[in-house]
Design a protein around this ligand. Structure first.
Ligand SMILES: [Zn+2]
Length: 158
C-alpha cells in the first residue's frame, strides 16, 4: 500500500480513536497524522507544527503496517501520542505536567481510559516481535545510530 493510503487510513483511525476515547476533550489546533520513517526504536512521535497554537504533527512508524504487526499495536501507538497531545505536549492544551513520561503519566491516562490491557499486550508483543519485524524489513536491530557528523563525513567521502 502506498504511503498516501496509509495516511488516509491513519487519519480515519485517529479520528475514530479521538471520538471514542477523548470525547470530553477538544482538538484545539490543526492536528495532522501521517506516516514517518522506518525508525528502529521509535514507534511514533508528536511534534509542533510551526507553533503549538497553529498545529501538531503525529508521525507513525510505517513498520506498524507490516502484515505481521497486529492492529492493536497501531491503535496503542496512536493512543499514546494522542495522550501527549491532550496532556499539552507539542500541543496548545494546558500542560499539567512538566515532563511527558515522568511518573508514568501516559500509562496512567491510558489505564483510566480503559486501555490497560492493550497497553500491556502491546508492550509484550513488541518485546517479543519487534526485532523480527526489523529484520524482515531489512533493518539490522543491532546497529546503533552513528553520530550525525560522522555520517555526513562518510557520505562526503564515498
Ligand atoms: Zn511518549
Amino acid at each position: 500500500m502506498p504511503y498516501k493510503e496509509y495516511d488516509t487510513y491513519l487519519a480515519k483511525k485517529t479520528a475514530n480513536l479521538i471520538r471514542e476515547n477523548f470525547y470530553e476533550k477538544e482538538i484545539t489546533n490543526l492536528l495532522v497524522v501521517k506516516t514517518g520513517k522506518k525508525w528502529k526504536r521509535t514507534l511514533g512521535h508528536i511534534k509542533t507544527l510551526e507553533t503549538k497554537e497553529y498545529g501538531s504533527l503525529i508521525e507513525i512508524n510505517p513498520l506498524l503496517f507490516d502484515i505481521e504487526t497486529p492492529e492493536f499495536i497501531l491503535d496503542y501507538v496512536i493512543m499514546h501520542e494522542l495522550t501527549h497531545y491532550f496532556q499539552g505536549f507539542a500541543s496548545n492544551h494546558e500542560k499539567k505536567h512538566r515532563y511527558p513520561h515522568k511518573g508514568r503519566i501516559v500509562e496512567k491516562e491510558l489505564e483510566r481510559l480503559g486501555w490497560k490491557e492493550i497497553q500491556e499486550k502491546s508492550d509484550l508483543w513488541l518485546k517479543a516481535n519487534w526485532t523480527k519485524i526489523l529484520l524482515k524489513n531489512g533493518l539490522d536491530p543491532r546497529v546503533k545510530r552513528k553520530p550525525k557528523r560522522k555520517k555526513l563525513f562518510r557520505l562526503f567521502f564515498r
